[in-house]
Design a protein around this ligand. Structure first.
Ligand code: SF4
Length: 382
């Protein structure tokens, strides 16, 4: 067997919990010999935007793991990675913002056939000159930003110590569905930061990942095992031990071990990570807003702060929006954006987003009067 360090990634969700159970079972059956006599390591990323219930659940799993094996879950953060969300990153951002905001900004909004010619240029079938020569698309001109707004933004651009917020302030915007830098910068990169020194030293790593084929057509196309060679010759192996499992199988293994599930599943959430995820579903958004008003207040405050360091919103004096347009239909009176309050109001409407649905009103009243209902998508309480 090649020398390798095994890692498990713990998100607080049912699939990574199932993988944790598989790894613990293996240790208990075969001892550390099953992992090349090297204790497996368990990593969890705290990005400061997690639901507090998920953080509590990870602490509960850590306690269970310690009792069963003596091992612990290590917490990683973007704050550990030099240059990612630290003072140096903010100093670079301040210098860039000062320079860019004091100049006029021109942006061409390419349309229709021009977009097709641009795609042809990107594909290498025509030259850039051939594309731009026929472009007569409108140019949007944004004048230099007034000095007091620049000063205000510069005053805010310092690390808060909250990785998700700092990442967003540095980008000057929240992530979108196509530019999903949140996963990379607040989860994957901090985890890789712990693993890279091992690869650099020539030790292979094996990542146990809780992905299942039936989650989405894109996931179904992934192989159960993937391997890449690092420049030192070490291998980085991605191993999906529950690839062919159903969601029910993932819940079942925890039950066999007497482990509780993340309570968010019984509160109607199908995703239990960020609070709330930028790709939240309509009914989950409604449930989240109803159950976690303090989290809504936090997100509203973040939208205000990010609005002040984003050129367009700083000038218009409006907040930024956590939820991107494909997740929530935006406010036509606000450039199609959907602030958290707009999004929550939309989540309480019926199909089509126009009428308040009587059923939803009843559901809210019930929740208020009788405590919160259990409406797990996974049938946990049936
Ligand atoms: S859970 Fe959603 S918001 Fe959080 S990092 Fe992943 S994609 Fe981004």
């Amino acid at each position: 067997m090649i020398a390798a360090q095994h890692f498990g990634s713990i998100s607080g969700g049912k699939d990574s919990q199932a993988v944790l159970c598989r790894m613990v079972e293996r240790i208990e059956r075969k001892g550390l010999a099953a992992f090349g006599n090297r204790a497996p390591r368990f990593l969890s990323a705290d990005n400061g935007h997690e639901n507090p219930i998920t953080l509590d659940h990870i602490a509960y799993l850590d306690d269970w793991l310690r009792q069963r094996t003596g091992l612990r879950i290590e917490t990683v953060s973007a704050n550990d990675v030099p240059g990612l969300t630290d003072a140096a990153a903010f100093a670079r951002k301040r210098a860039m913002l000062r320079e860019e905001w004091s100049k006029e900004k021109r942006r061409t909004r390419h349309k229709g056939a021009c977009n097709q010619r641009r795609a042809a240029w990107q594909a290498g079938t025509i030259t850039r000159a051939e594309w731009t020569a026929r472009c007569n698309c409108p140019v949007l001109v944004s004048p230099p930003v007034p000095d007091p707004l620049i000063k205000q933004a510069l005053g805010l651009l310092h690390p808060t110590g909250i990785p998700f917020l700092d990442m967003v302030m540095l980008h000057g915007r929240f992530p979108g569905t196509k530019t999903r830098f949140c996963t990379d910068e607040t989860k994957l990169i901090p985890m890789m930061h712990r693993k890279r020194p091992l690869l650099d030293a020539g030790l292979s790593i094996i990542d146990w990942i809780g992905e299942r084929a039936d989650e989405s057509p894109a996931r179904a196309k992934k192989p159960p095992i993937q391997s890449k060679r690092h420049p030192t010759g070490a291998r980085r192996v991605l191993y999906r031990p529950i690839f062919r499992w159903s969601a029910a199988d993932a819940f079942a293994i925890s039950e066999r071990h007497g482990l509780k599930h993340n309570p968010l599943y019984t509160m109607g959430m199908s995703r239990v990570g960020c609070s709330t995820c930028i790709m939240v579903r309509k009914r989950e958004l409604r449930a989240w807003a109803m159950r976690f008003p303090a989290e809504v207040d936090r997100v509203r405050e973040w939208e205000r702060l990010v609005g002040l360091v984003s050129r367009r919103t700083a000038v218009t004096g409006t907040p930024a929006s956590l939820l991107p347009a494909p997740t929530v239909p935006g406010d036509p009176a606000d450039h199609g954006r959907a602030t958290i309050d707009w999004a929550i109001a939309w989540s309480r409407t019926g199909r089509g987003g126009h009428n308040y649905d009587l059923f939803l009103d009843l559901e809210r009243r019930e929740a208020d009067e009788q405590g919160l209902r259990c409406d797990s998508e996974y049938g946990l309480c049936e």
